[in-house]
Design a protein around this ligand. Structure first.
Ligand code: BDR
Ligand code: CA
Length: 306
């Protein structure tokens, strides 16, 4: 059975990705870690605990991670995910025991303790991931793949060239890219092809379960933000990365050389993807194509399964 650790910053599309992950019977989720990103880490940690409990998975330990990016500061912007990070979905408070171990330490421990290799997934900034790789580089040996949502081969979203998760902590991304860990990048060039359609909303609305009702509330908020901002249909970024991790091949990947800009004020957080790189120089499998229908169907059946 595939073993997984998820690092995230919930976040509406993170929450949908968590539903998709926790519904998968053939995956053992060893732990879930919150990092600073879409929301301050205390809010993300609370959301993550509540999402685990809400789906009946309080057995999955949840850890609180980095409060600030590695080098730069943090300013919370509630525009995309709301003040609570979940578009006002108001999940009940989890009564699961609070884990006092920090997410970075817990990740290193869980990787070492796991029998066999682990798929590490990150759907937020890579702050916890970079700290873990710096604290204990030997963890690389236990990771079969680190699948991250972030970056882009084309344009950005938070700036003309930078995607939010990279821009939020580009130094952390650079640590990950240069660490030698087997890395798969699922960037905007593919996630922008995967949007929740009107039919998908209608299907979720018809589902009877409480998870579907919560997904409906989150998506209503998220879709309204996309509409108001003129961004088109609401994109399921993090769901794509989670599915590529647990259903490898749902994206088509190409080995590339990826570098991250950390110095320029103008292009901070840009991922420079060289698909001309020789295979021996490649440091990242970059998603270049995605089966958008398969992603949406998997997410819908996951939500319906609770
Ligand atoms: C990424 O940024 C966040 O807002 C989303 O949760 C996703 O991880 C998309 O750029
Ligand atoms: Ca995210």
């Amino acid at each position: 059975m595939r073993q997984v650790i998820l690092d995230c910053d919930p976040g509406i599309d993170d929450a949908l990705a968590i539903f998709t992950l926790l519904a998968e019977p053939d995956v053992a989720v060893l732990g879930m870690c919150a990092t600073v990103g879409n929301v301050p880490v205390d809010i993300g940690y609370r959301n993550l605990r509540n999402l685990a409990a809400f789906t009946g998975r309080s057995d999955v330990p949840v850890f609180r991670g980095a409060e600030l990016p590695l080098v730069r500061g943090y300013a919370f912007d509630p525009l995309v995910h709301g003040e609570d990070g979940l578009g006002g979905a108001e999940l009940p408070e989890s009564s699961a025991p609070v884990q006092t171990e920090n997410a970075v330490i817990a990740t290193c421990r869980m990787l070492h303790e796991a029998p066999g290799n682990v798929t590490w997934i990150a759907t937020g900034p890579l702050t916890n991931v970079a700290l873990a790789l710096r604290l204990d580089p030997s963890i690389r040996e236990k990771v079969d793949r680190l699948v991250v949502m972030g970056g882009s081969t084309l344009r950005g979203n938070i700036t003309p060239v930078a995607e939010f998760n990279v821009w939020a902590d580009a130094e952390a991304w650079r640590v990950a890219v240069e660490s030698g860990v087997p890395l798969t990048m699922v960037g905007l060039n593919v996630t922008h092809q995967v949007a929740c359609s009107k039919e998908d909303y209608a299907e979720i609305r018809r589902m009877p379960g409480k998870v579907a009702q919560a997904a409906d509330r989150m998506l209503a908020y998220y879709e309204e933000v996309y509409r108001r901002q003129g961004w088109g249909e609401a994109k399921l970024h993090d769901v794509v990365a989670v599915l590529e991790a647990i259903q490898p091949g749902i994206c088509g990947t190409v080995p590339c050389s990826v570098a991250v800009e950390t110095a320029s004020a103008l292009t901070y957080g840009q991922t420079v993807v060289d698909d001309r790189a020789k295979i021996e120089d490649a440091n990242c499998d970059v998603a270049m194509a995605v089966d958008a229908g398969a992603v949406r169907r998997s997410m819908l059946s996951a939500i319906a399964s609770f």
